[in-house]
Design a protein around this ligand. Structure first.
Ligand code: PMP
Length: 405
């Protein structure tokens, strides 16, 4: 499918040894590693054209501005958004959701209204809606998932009422790996004139996204989960909503004219980008998107699916293993527990073998409450991982089973 050795060579961190053992990095759902081209891009920005953007008359400022606006275009094409001014840069998916929740909420959610939130959301796609509901006097309606960790349209249907204003749902669950039927969700919501925010933080690095084909009102993601830098994220929003929404934060850049009596606001997207933007990471995120696109998301998805199937098959033979999230459509995430072992202990023992996994609730406490467990061990694979590394995890878990017996 692609040259895995060449790919791994692009990621300098993977050459490391941890406790004198080759690093096996299976914490990709928390953050992904960075290819050399992304690291080089950051160095290039800071060593050759660093300058504050949009307000300069000098060469460096114009160059940094051009590169930032080119990056916006890269994101627009990546999501297949109709216009580049529908792409707003934020600090990450969390800030992106907070922006929509606060701004959309202030204008379009009122006393007695309802916001449907799925039971499998990351806290960052639940708590901002709770805050808005509290402030506006609205109500959160839970959309529960089934025992496989799937969201069913038949369960959603009766939850939509004339009071529903928005549905908040992830494209892919970070703790279960479920790929949700977002197109069907959006089509159903729009029949009732309900807006949909799709949290794509766990999707864009695995699935080709087309916001026009999906028809979503808002789509958000984080740069650091798609092999880009931390501290940068994206809101795609339909122009018709964004134009009607009040600014999220006040400050420089987002204004047109300011006096002590009255301020008028800048046009899209700048209305939502107060202050000096994180242009360096924006430019480097675009580099990451180009890198991933060159490999091809279809190739990445096919390779990761192979890794997932291989890993599930292998791990299934371990005594006392229980999987959480067995959806038909999944990305490369395995959430599990070993009978009688606390996930934290499993993770700590694996760490000493050079294997990085995540343990705990994965910022999805309602998911853990659903299953009645304190947390899980989560191994999440990227396209630079290998079957040999999966074998390493399997052997590591065999040792853990013996040690904890
Ligand atoms: N949504 C999902 C599904 C996530 O997995 C995450 C990160 N774990 C977020 C939102 C929040 O992303 P960030 O922390 O980068 O803002």
């Amino acid at each position: 499918m692609f040259d895995i050795d060449a790919i791994r060579n692009d990621f300098p961190i993977l050459r490391q040894k941890i406790y004198n053992k080759p690093l096996i990095y299976f914490d990709n759902a928390a953050t992904t590693q960075k290819p050399q081209c992304v690291i080089d891009k950051l160095v290039e920005v800071y060593t050759t054209y660093n300058a504050n953007i949009h307000r300069g008359v000098h060469y460096l400022s114009n160059k940094a501005t051009d590169e930032t606006e080119k990056a916006r275009k890269v994101v627009q094409l990546f999501l297949h958004a109709p216009y580049s001014h529908e792409i707003i840069f934020t600090r990450g998916a969390t800030e992106a959701i907070n922006l929509v929740a606060q701004s959309f909420g202030e204008k379009f959610i009122h006393r007695g209204d309802e916001i449907i939130v799925s039971e499998m959301e990351h806290h960052s796609n639940l708590v901002p809606w709770q805050l808005v509901a509290e402030r506006q006097g609205a109500r959160i309606v839970k959309w529960p998932f089934n025992q496989n960790g799937e969201l069913e349209i038949s369960v959603l249907k009766p939850l939509i009422t004339e009071k529903t204003r928005l549905i908040a749902v992830n494209h892919v669950s970070n703790s279960l790996g479920t790929i949700n039927p977002v197109k069907e969700i959006i089509d159903l919501a729009h029949q009732h004139e309900v807006a949909v925010l799709v949290d794509g933080a766990q999707a864009v690095q695995h699935i080709k996204v087309d916001v026009q084909q999906l028809g979503c009102d808002f789509y958000v993601f984080s740069g650091h989960k798609i092999y880009g830098p931390t501290g940068i994220g994206v809101v795609y929003g339909k122009e018709k909503w964004l134009n009607g929404m009040p600014p999220y934060q006040g400050g420089g850049e987002m204004i047109e004219n300011v006096s002590f009596e009255k301020t008028t606001f800048n046009q899209l997207p700048f209305k939502f980008e107060a202050g000096t933007p994180n242009y360096a990471d924006t430019i480097a995120m675009a580099e990451a998107i180009k890198y991933v696109s060159a490999i091809g998301l279809e190739n990445i998805a096919a390779y990761e699916k192979e890794l997932l199937n291989y890993a599930e098959e292998k791990l299934r033979s371990l005594p006392g293993i229980e999987f959480y999230g067995t959806a038909h459509e999944k990305t490369s995430v395995i959430s599990f527990n070993l009978h009688g072992a606390h996930p934290f202990d499993v993770g700590t023992l694996l760490d000493k073998m050079g294997i990085a996994v995540r343990t705990g609730t994965h910022c999805t406490e309602p998911v853990m409450q659903h299953f009645g467990i304190p947390g899980t061990v989560r191994a999440s694979f990227a396209f630079y991982n290998t079957k040999k590394e999966v074998d390493g995890l399997y052997l590591g878990l065999q040792k853990v089973v013996q040690m904890l017996a």
